[in-house]
Design a protein around this ligand. Sequence first.
Ligand code: PEP
Ligand code: MN
Length: 349
Amino acid sequence: MLVVMRHDATEEDVRSVVETIHDLGYEARPIPGKQRTAIGLIGNDGKVPADRIESLAGVLQVIHVSQPYKQVSREWSPEPTVVELENGTRIGGDEVAVMAGPCSVESEAQILAIAQRLRDAGATVLRGGAFKPRTSPYSFQGMGEEGLKLLARAREETGMAIVTEAIDPESLALVVKYADIVQIGARNMQNFSLLRLAGRSGKPVLLKRGMSATITEFLMSAEYILAEGNRQVILCERGVRGFDTQQTRNLLDLTAIPVVKGLSHLPIIADPSHGTGLRAKVIPMARAAVAAGADGLMVEVHPDPERALSDGAQSLYPEQFGELMEQIQVIAEAIGRTLSPSLVPAGVR
Ligand code: PEP
Ligand code: MN
C-alpha cells in the first residue's frame, strides 16, 4: 500500500502518517519525490484500515499496489530510478550506459589493456568476472580476490566503474570491497539469501534474469533487494532458454525491455553476449536492444577471444566494439537519448 501525500503536506503531516502506520503494526518507508512525498506501507496483510490513513492531514490518496512486487512497481514510484555511480555514469535516465569487458579477468596485462581500449571507445563501466559460476566444476573458476584487485587497478588507470559478479556470501563481501556494482548472475537470480545480502550491501546491484524466469519472477527477485532498503537495482535481460539451441545459445527476450519499463521504475539493460552466445549476433542484438529502449548494454569484449578462458565465442574483438559504439550512438539519438559521456583519458585527467 502506498500513501501519497499532497504537494503542500508538511513534514509534520508526513511524520504523523509514519507514526500511525507504526502504531498499526506495519513498517513505513517515506519516499520523497520531485512533486510530492509518498509513504510505502510494508507488510500489508490485507487488514490495514485504509480509511483511517486516508483521513489524516496532508494525505492525497491511498493506493493499493496490485502487483505481487510492491516497491519495484511503477505504481510505487512513477518516476524512473536512476542509479548514479561515482564516476558520473547514470543508469536509468536519458543516457544509455555501456558496460563492457571480458567474461573473466585472466591476467593483469589482459584486463588493463582491454580496459584502456574500451574506455577510449566510450564505455564507462568495466565488467570482468573474478568468481565464475561455471557449468562444469573443472572449468576455469576465476581469479578470485586477485582478479578483484586487478579490476580496482583498471579503475584507477581508466576511471571506469567496475561491475563484477558475487556468487555466494564470501565472494559478495569481497566484491563489495572492490567493485562499484555487485552483479548477481542468472544462476543466482532466485538465491534469496544472496539477494537479501546484496540488498544490505549498500552497493548498486545488477540483477540478471534467470534463464527460465518469468518477468514476474524476475521482478519478485528484485523486490528482495528493495525490501532490504536498497533501491539501486539495475535489471539485466540476458536471454532465456529457447527451444532452438542449435542456432543460438539463448533467446534474447527484447520484449522484456518495454514490458519491464511499463511495470517497474527500475532501469533495465540488455546483455546480447550471453543473450545470443555468438559473436556475429551480438552487434545486431545490441543495436536492437538500444532501439527497444534499454538503459544500457553489457557486452563481452576480449583482446584475444580465441584464447579466452571463458565465453570466447561470444566475445567481440575490440575493433568490433568500437564500431558498435558508433552505431548505437546514432540509434540512441534517434530515440531522444545519448550515450553516457565518455570518460576523460587517464593522461589528461
Ligand atoms: C556473466 O556475466 O559472465 C555471466 C555468467 O552471466 P549470466 O549470469 O547471465 O550467465
Ligand atoms: Mn560470460
